[in-house]
Ligand binder design. Structure first.
Ligand code: KIV
Length: 290
């Protein structure tokens, strides 16, 4: 049975029929890994809009309002220019469009690195304005104090180690990490530091597979892989990547559809009908009452 939505104008929510599953919680996600084992991998996808959230929500455990929206939605060259205003607007839309998944909103570059107090101010604004359950921030050992500060004040934090796109200028690009012994050891230490600081889960991005496996085997919290390993406790992809919206396909992405061609072909069909005056047809125009 497909889901239909009725708009409740008093809350601006589109309520689904049939009623959705109860929303998952951050502790439930963390508890999903027990005694070092995850019975079934956790499913996370990015979402930036209410309608996208409605469609993805029933299939996911977590929806990530990633700062990748900078490139995907706004056509920016990196995630660096993304603002708190953008994250709050899209985060609120995704919370309104979802009923089951835990919604996590990325903290944008420059909104948390200055001090734990700056991070608390930004994260509390994100929670208040969006209604999301948790924030995500990039960085390992250097962010441990901040993660501890936030979690002890009631703000659940998902960490992000390995290839951290907000550090693109320092890393010199988006290549996979951990090929040197030094880098390998550093990423393992980053994972340990964020887990000890109280992160409830950690995204492990763009690392050689043995690092992802070692983090998954040693950390008590779930590892969510992207360009990492099928042995992680969960997986995340940028939704537009797996839908086939872009020509550029990084190695770690699998395209499950070719939405770019579908949209382009559909627009071409519409344009042709407009130019032939065959749209709008009889069914799409209003006539005076007889
Ligand atoms: O911003 C984002 O979408 C992310 C995921 C790719 C993990 O951080």
């Amino acid at each position: 049975m497909s889901t239909t939505y009725t708009l409740d104008t008093s809350t601006s929510r589109a309520n689904p029929t049939p009623a959705p599953l109860k929303r998952l919680t951050v502790p439930a996600i963390q508890r999903h890994k027990s005694g070092g084992e995850t019975p079934e991998p956790l499913v996370m996808l990015t979402a930036y809009t209410a309608r996208q959230a409605q469609l993805l929500d029933p299939h996911c455990d977590m929806l990530l309002v990633g700062d990748s929206l900078g490139q995907v939605i706004y056509g920016l060259p990196s995630t660096i220019p993304v603002s708190l205003d953008m994250m709050c607007a899209h985060g609120a839309a995704v919370v309104r469009g979802s009923y089951h998944s835990v919604v996590i909103v990325d903290m944008p570059f420059g909104s948390y690195e200055g001090s734990p107090a700056q991070a608390f101010e930004s994260a509390s604004r994100i929670l208040k304005e969006t209604g999301c359950a948790a924030v995500k921030l990039e960085g390992g050992e250097a962010m441990a104090e901040t993660i501890s500060f936030l979690t002890r004040r009631g703000i659940p934090v998902m960490a992000h180690v390995g290839l951290t796109p907000q550090a693109v200028n320092a890393l010199g690009g988006y290549a996979a990490r951990g090929r040197s012994e030094e880098e390998h050891a550093k990423i393992l230490a980053d994972g340990r530091a964020v887990a000890d600081a109280g992160a409830f889960a950690v995204v492990v991005e763009g690392v050689i597979e043995p690092i992802a496996v070692a983090l998954t085997q040693t950390l008590e919290i779930p590892t969510i892989g992207i360009g990492a390993s099928a042995r992680c406790d969960g997986q995340v992809l940028v939704t537009e990547d797996m839908l086939g919206m872009f020509e550029r396909v990084p190695r770690f992405v699998k395209r499950y559809a070719d939405m770019a061609s579908l949209i382009s072909d559909t627009a071409a069909a519409y344009a042709a009908e407009v130019r032939q005056r065959s749209f709008p047809g009889e069914d799409q125009v209003y006539q005076p009452k007889k």
